[in-house]
Design a protein around this ligand. Structure first.
Ligand code: NAD
Length: 488
């Protein structure tokens, strides 16, 4: 399998160790969001393609599940080396299809590699438990087994990290996998499959089927798929969770977010501004852990002035330029929705203290929008409630921490939240009462690392077991209990 052919920009599916043309006739263009240049075309596959991939994965499972765990892990060691060797190339590919800044893309590749590192510990992670003497002469043992074929469905905003949240651990645990990447960022997935094959993954262990909702429906309805790992927007996450669960599958569905950052009166204003700007405007606000709402406690005048001044200085442009922080929105159609939110915010009475539409008209090409800030937003306004997923920041005003925490409780989402303060009592109260699953204390993007669960709450997550960490191992394995009597 070393000699696998490189993909051209007319992408194919990857099934049973080979590039396979989709049986569907339709394709979609993949434009570079910064330039509009078409960098690839992606097939819109259908159920027949899903069936072919699931069949290959099902056949591969027969051998793969019995491949010794250390042998499986060794393929991941090799994969780790190959991903590290291709770090820059992978990051450039992300910039090309997603538009984010090269530094962010480089960091994303690193986060993905860490998932492979974690999954390489499969021999330890897969260990069971035993207890001798549960009764006279009777012992109990627990073994872990893979489930079978797993389906993974991923979003556009982390084309490398999110697929790597899923398939390395699933496969290390002995499962086989069918990945449906975002049709808006499909190139990375093929590169990941190519390198995985070079690392020694047998045919059919990882398959990639490109497309949109038909492929998703094909996976969540397929009787040979045992579990679905989904990451994407809230309505689709809920839909996938409900339909796949109704079909008897194990499901984890990670969804949208509205992450509140509380700025206490004692916060280091300069540092808080720096973290909030990077969190709200990095990747054009298209991160599930981006700061999208700031709760300013007390007067906050200095904070608001400095935030606005810093936003004015931000360099906007192509992610390949080293200095750029604010990169384009993924598609013009998404930017059109964001513009509607800006109009809505003004209509509902928020003060638009920085209007990013100015920079939008200045840029000659690409889906850019300048940093946008609304002040005096109230929790019942649409811009406070909805995930906008763009460089649009809402400032809410609160008299004290209790009121700030109340705003977080009112949000339907619960992915992340951060507090900026040095006050130990406030930090403890925030930790105990903030109604979100990933908290930051003076940290702008409190995303967890691969050995901890990515732990969203409320409408940011549907399911029981999160991705990564021990949750991930539990999600991708089932337990068998053996009770043995020896005085027989
Ligand atoms: P999306 O929901 O549009 O797409 C995600 C996947 O679902 C894609 O593969 C897409 O093809 C598929 N899909 C889209 N519409 C569908 C439909 N109607 N039926 C079936 N399948 C469908 O999400 P996106 O815009 O690609 O990604 C951004 C979203 O993902 C944001 O809401 C963001 O918060 C969320 N996200 C969440 C996390 C998290 O950890 N909670 C991480 C990353 C992204």
């Amino acid at each position: 399998m070393e000699g696998i052919k490189k993909q051209t920009n007319a992408l194919n599916n990857f099934i049973n160790g080979e590039w396979v043309e989709s049986r569907g006739k339709n394709t979609l263009d993949v434009p570079n969001p910064a330039t509009g240049e078409i960098v690839a075309t992606v097939p819109v596959s259908g159920r027949a393609d899903v069936d072919q991939a699931v069949k290959a994965a099902q056949e591969a499972f027969v051998t793969w599940k019995n491949t010794p765990v250390p042998k499986r892990a060794r393929i991941l060691f090799k994969y780790h080396t190959l991903l590290s060797d291709h770090h820059v190339e992978l990051a450039k590919l992300i910039v090309q299809e997603n538009g984010k800044a090269f530094k962010e893309a480089y960091g994303e590749v690193q986060r993905g590699i860490e998932c492979v590192e974690f999954a390489s510990g499969a021999p330890t992670l897969m260990m069971g438990e035993t207890l001798s003497g549960i009764a006279e002469e009777i012992d109990s043992e627990m073994f872990r087994y893979p489930l079978g074929v797993i389906g993974g469905i991923t979003p556009f905003n982390f084309p490398m990290m999110v697929p790597l949240w899923m398939f390395p651990l699933a496969i290390a645990c002995g499962n086989t996998f069918v990945l449906k990447p975002s049709e808006r960022t499909p190139m990375l997935a093929n590169k990941l499959a190519e390198l995985f094959t070079q690392a020694g993954a047998p045919r059919g262990v990882l398959n990639v089927v490109h497309g949109a909702h038909d492929v998703v429906n094909g996976l969540i309805d397929h009787e040979d798929i045992k579990a679905i790992s989904f990451v994407g927007s809230q309505p689709v996450a809920k839909y996938v969770y409900e339909r796949a669960a109704a079909n008897g599958k194990r499901v984890q569905a990670l969804a949208g977010a509205k992450n509140h950052h509380i700025v206490m009166p004692d916060a280091d204003v300069e540092k808080a501004v720096e973290h909030i700007v990077a969190s709200a405007y990095g990747s054009a606000g298209q991160r599930c852990m981006a700061c999208s709402a700031v709760v300013v406690i007390g007067d906050g005048e200095r904070f608001v002035n400095e935030l606005k001044a810093r936003a004015d200085e931000l360099l906007i442009g192509n992610g390949l330029d080293d200095e750029v922080l604010l990169t384009p929105i993924i598609r013009d159609s998404h930017r059109a929705k964001v513009l509607d939110y800006i109009v809505k915010g003004v209509e509902e009475g928020a003060s638009l203290i920085r209007d990013g539409r100015k920079e939008m008209t200045e840029m000659k090409e690409g889906n850019f929008l300048g940093p946008t800030i609304f002040d005096h937003v109230t929790p019942d306004m649409t811009i406070a409630k909805d995930e906008i997923f763009a460089p649009v920041l809402s400032l809410l005003r609160a008299v004290d921490l209790d009121q700030g925490l109340e705003y977080i409780r009112k949000s339907r989402y619960g992915n992340g939240a951060t507090i900026y303060t040095k006050d130990a009592k406030a930090i403890r109260q925030f930790r105990e009462e903030a109604d979100a699953g990933m908290l930051g204390v003076n940290v702008g993007v409190p995303a967890t690392m691969a050995f901890f669960p990515f732990s969203g709450w409320k409408d940011s997550f549907y399911g029981d077991l999160h991705v990564n960490g021990k949750d991930g191992v539990n999600f991708f394995t089932r337990k068998k209990m053996i009770t043995s009597r020896y005085d027989f």
